[in-house]
Design a binder for this molecule. Structure first.
Ligand code: IVH
Length: 716
């Protein structure tokens, strides 16, 4: 791989200066005439596609992120200035408008499904049947992971991305073109010399690490986490707003050519694959797809016989948890395409392929009881207590029943046999009732099981209206507050005990008022443990403002949002003074969260708790945060940016001024106050600024202007 290490390989486009790490700055955009700009844009697109290919398909990038970003920004600037964007430019992944519904699409060939089993003997019988019907005993097989995602058919015309559709009922799917377009690893233009018409089949999935990070963010925002990566991918792929899809980390593996030829067709035998373009085996397709820029999984193997396929499945099974994507078995496919065509299909399955599944991470067990848990924000979660059962190596005795709507839809009751699933390292959940043995279905309570207050419903979600008068909420809030501030020694049990014994009566602030004697009296406590706890509380004195805000347990305000708020306002005082509109100005805070923040701080009881905590010598004033955003210093000022500013992206700059109350717009007019002119600026914006007498400032002047207004910016 010496060549690749040197920067590029033989696969790099010839005579393209941008396939290497760029070593010079670009000349200003307006030094170019239209022809030169269009030529440079074409080279940049070609180079960026090459870099995407090296990164996503070959997993062996030749330039770093920074250099990539530099090329990308330059292309954006050229396309912007000279109106050069093409549909398949790497810059055109988002931008489509939200839809009212997904249109339906007829598939060129039915997308059939696979016969499957978890039993090796069934797989051997499949191979015997194939050998008999094809009258051959030397058939090789391609083995590959069976991805647990969503099947899609993606169409390329003249090498350009044209359409993506879900499997649907196999004949007709849903048009998800704009959503799949946002998946960075799906090329918008193919490499090499692809056939004029190509439909490939693949699987869209959410990588495991990305799923976990995404779920954490959801929980922090107060949204329900997805149950597993597959659901997350499904919900994301079928989004009506492609900009939402773009924010979520989807990926795609391709595994099959569905149709290929020199012209479009719309009725292809389902087993024809790439035969019409000379791809006479699956393995040949596997080699060809990456050369067209389509990502295939490297785990795939060509094996000589079915015993080797069985062995492949067992080996992969041992590494299942190490892969960054969920798989539920392996797919074994006859390699030779002509044989596949002869074997054909049944109404639902291909006769030449078989899914050899892994043991399921789900089990059937009995519901012993149903309880409702009360969370810190008063949210009620129904939980099934189960006869303990081993689900893929973990003993499960409790499982989530989601919410009232799910319970109703499932019709679950005590005594029912239910199917419990565990997936993607998340809490087990009840997937369905397999046998209804209960006297009656569980009815969601109308009042809080802990304090008797009314239950309020918000869609399928239920909340206790008791606030901190509900002991369950009080317990959780004490537990949560101390956990966020890293106070050791207050778990669920201790928090329960404090509330029960009246050590905590109204809020966590009570705990800070207690003496060693108060705590030492508690059952199982003594002077030492009481002293230890008070020392722990002391150690967490003057917490950073963000941490303090997070610890208050305001709905949808987790650590990230709390830090953003802290950075915007700086001091607790400023937060207490903020209005709903002020909260809305915080980057990362939408209307809903701003509403929660305003509601929390408008409530006198909450203000009282906050005041008691800050006045308490044990907790004290939260440490002010470094203000990145200061609110309204730039109110009424309108900026336009052109060209690049080192260390900043365009949207970071816009967000920066917006955080301080300014507007940032895309074009210069009489209302513009400043045009900030970076490297390689656009001439048309400068001309418009001249025409409208808009002052033009360079980045240095821009940052000085911010400083004059009292805004400190950490330059990256
Ligand atoms: S091959 C043209 N290969 O499994 C052959 N399918 O139960 C089509 N699947 O709907 C099937 N990974 O969504 C094939 N490596 C793989 C697969 C795979 C996942 C899915 C596919 C299909 C389902 C069949």
């Amino acid at each position: 791989m010496a060549e690749a290490d040197a920067g590029t390989g033989e696969d790099a486009p010839a005579d393209n200066p941008y396939v290497r790490e760029p070593d010079t700055e670009f000349a200003p955009v307006d030094d170019l005439d239209a022809d030169a700009a269009s030529e440079q844009a074409a080279l940049l697109r070609e180079a960026l596609r090459y870099h995407d290919y090296r990164y996503y398909v070959r997993n062996d990038p030749v330039i770093g992120d920074r250099a990539y970003d530099q090329l990308f920004s330059r292309l954006e600037a050229l396309e912007d200035e000279f109106d050069l964007a093409t549909d398949t430019s790497p810059t055109q992944r988002v931008g489509a408008e939200p839809l009212d519904e997904l249109a339906s699409v007829d598939h060129v060939a039915p997308l059939l499904s696979l016969d499957s089993s978890g039993d090796a003997d069934d797989v051997r019988s499949f191979a015997d049947r194939v050998a008999r019907e094809a009258d051959r005993d030397d058939l090789a097989f391609v083995c590959e992971p069976k991805f647990d995602g969503l099947s899609v058919a993606v169409t390329y015309v003249d090498g350009e991305y044209e359409q993506a559709a879900t499997r649907g009922d196999g004949e007709t799917g849903e048009d998800v073109t704009e959503n799949v377009r946002t998946i960075d690893s799906v090329p918008l233009q193919l490499r090499g010399d692809p056939p004029a018409f190509l439909v490939v089949r693949g699987e869209v999935y959410m990588p495991r690490d990305a799923f976990q990070a995404h779920n954490r963010e959801r929980v922090e925002r107060g949204d329900d986490p997805f149950a597993n990566p597959r659901n997350a991918a499904a919900g994301t792929l079928r989004q009506l707003d492609p900009s939402v899809t773009a924010e979520r980390p989807l990926d795609c593996f391709f595994y099959d050519v569905l149709a290929a030829g020199e012209e479009a067709v719309d009725g292809v035998e389902p087993s024809r694959g790439g035969l019409d373009v000379g791809l006479d085996s699956h393995w040949a397709e596997h080699q060809q797809l990456p050369d067209w820029g389509l990502k295939v999984d490297r785990e795939a193997e060509l094996v000589e016989d079915i015993e080797a396929a069985v062995d492949y499945r067992n080996r992969l099974g041992e590494r299942r948890e190490d892969l960054n994507y969920e798989i539920d078995g392996v797919v074994v496919k006859v390699d030779d395409r002509q044989t596949c065509l002869e074997l054909g299909t049944t109404a639902r399955h291909y006769r030449w392929a078989y899914a050899y599944k892994f043991p399921a991470r789900e089990e059937v067990t009995t519901v012993a009881d149903v309880t409702v848990q009360v969370g810190r924000t008063g949210r009620l979660t129904p939980v099934a207590l189960l006869d303990p059962v081993d689900v893929g190596g973990v003993t499960v005795s409790r499982a989530s029943l989601h919410n009232r709507d799910e319970i109703r839809a499932m019709g679950v009751g005590v005594g029912d046999a239910v199917r419990v699933q565990r997936a993607g390292d998340v809490i087990p959940y009840v997937a369905e009732v397999v046998e209804d043995r209960s006297e009656g279905h569980f009815e969601f309570p109308e009042s809080c099981p802990r304090c008797g207050s009314d239950v309020e419903f918000d869609g399928p979600n239920a909340f206790c209206t008791g606030g901190l008068t509900c002991p369950a909420q009080l317990v959780r809030s004490v537990e949560y507050f101390t956990d966020v501030l890293d106070v050791e020694g207050v778990g669920e049990e201790a928090a329960e005990q404090f509330v029960e014994a009246g050590v905590v009566e109204e809020s966590v602030a009570d705990l800070y008022d207690r003496s060693v004697e108060d705590l030492a009296e508690l059952e199982g406590w003594g002077e030492t443990s009481a002293r230890n706890l008070l020392t722990e509380l002391d150690d967490a004195r003057n917490p950073p403002l963000g941490e303090f805000l997070a610890a208050l347990g305001i709905p949808e305000v987790g650590p990230t949002v709390a830090d953003d708020v802290a950075r915007e306002f700086g001091t607790l005082e400023a937060v207490l003074d903020a209005s709903e509109t002020d909260f809305e100005r915080v980057d990362g805070v939408g209307e809903v969260v701003a509403g929660h923040l305003a509601e929390f701080f408008e409530n006198d009881r909450n203000r009282d708790v906050v005041a008691r905590l800050r006045d308490d010598s044990r907790l004290g004033e939260p440490e002010p945060a470094d203000v990145e955003g200061g609110g309204a210093e730039l109110e009424g000022v309108t900026f336009v940016f052109t060209g690049s500013v080192e260390g900043w992206t365009r949207s970071e700059l816009q967000a920066l001024v917006e955080r301080h109350g300014a507007s940032a717009t895309g074009s210069v007019s009489g209302n513009t106050d400043y045009l900030v002119v970076g490297e390689s600026p656009g001439q048309s914006k400068r001309d418009a600024a001249d025409a409208n007498d808009v002052p033009q400032v360079d980045p240095g002047e821009f940052f000085a202007l911010l400083e004059d207004r009292g805004i400190t910016v950490e330059q990256s």
